[in-house]
Ligand binder design. Structure first.
Ligand SMILES: [Zn+2]
Ligand SMILES: [Zn+2]
Length: 264
């Protein structure tokens, strides 16, 4: 992803307040469409208003990618501004990865974590993240559902990563097939498969295991079948085609007493 700054100039000083308001309405519309990440800020100086944001591609802010909400918000902005908005890309944002540009994708998968600012959908071909606006057929309802799911996932991951209150509960939500978070994700997955006409895989997080040997013998929690891949596919070591589930091998091994308590 890239750090960017979009500059707007109000037609005259008296319109600056309205322009700031219009930019605050424009940014969430683009966010919902995957054109920018959730962390953005707006500042003003004189008649100049700046939107500082992280975007998936250098061209993400172009109006050809806008959906109906982005176009409506842009029309309101244009009425208040002198000249067109100018987007300056400052450079690649560290540790955010690049976006998928594949024309065809064999599958799509859910993947996010507490640090992730990119789309929660990944490409089964290149393994990069897919901005929502690059997915033909993805409904507004699914986009909103995916953003809600991502926020809930990151909240659970936060609890888990901070290893204090709610750690076990958070980990259970991320790792168990029968958790409320997974149920929400699987419901969305069904919707996505209908809209995208592609297989969509759901990722079950794995952190604690009993031993490396026991990990390798793990069975798919959906069908009980073997799902260990002959060699890892990116960060995924397990994949069940039938249940369309992905997982990784635990990096941390605990005694069985601890593990039983954690997995309860
Ligand atoms: Zn791709
Ligand atoms: Zn299975």
């Amino acid at each position: 992803m890239f750090n960017a700054e979009v500059r707007f100039v109000a037609r005259h000083r008296g319109l600056t307040e309205k322009l700031v308001e219009a930019v605050w309405n424009y940014a969430p519309a683009l966010r919902r469409n995957g054109q920018l990440a959730n962390d953005y800020s707006v500042s003003r100086k004189g008649t100049k208003v700046r939107l500082v944001c992280i975007i998936p591609e250098k061209c993400s802010m172009e109006s050809r990618f806008h959906d109906v909400y982005g176009k409506a918000a842009l029309r309101r902005l244009v009425r208040l501004t002198a000249g067109s908005a100018v987007t300056k890309v400052a450079g690649e944002a560290e540790d955010t990865g690049l976006s998928c540009l594949c024309l065809r994708r064999p599958s799509v998968h859910f993947f996010t974590n507490f640090l992730h600012v990119a789309s929660p959908l990944g490409c089964g071909g290149c393994r990069r993240t897919i901005p929502f606006y690059r997915l033909r057929g993805l409904s507004h309802e699914s986009r909103d559902g995916l953003l809600c799911w991502q926020w809930a996932y990151q909240a659970c991951d936060d609890l888990f990563m901070h290893t204090g209150f709610g750690e076990r509960w958070g980990y259970g939500q991320l790792s168990r097939l029968d958790s409320g978070l997974t149920a929400e994700g699987l419901k969305l997955r069904g919707q996505l498969e209908n809209e995208l006409k592609l297989p969509v895989f759901y990722y079950l997080h794995r952190y604690w295991g009993r031993s490396e040997a026991a990990e390798r013998k793990r069975r798919c929690p959906g069908c009980g079948g073997a799902w260990l891949l002959p060699k890892p596919d990116g960060c995924f070591e397990f994949r069940c085609e039938r249940c369309r589930l992905l997982s990784s091998q635990a990096p941390d091994f605990k005694s069985s007493a601890t593990t039983n308590r954690l997995f309860r």
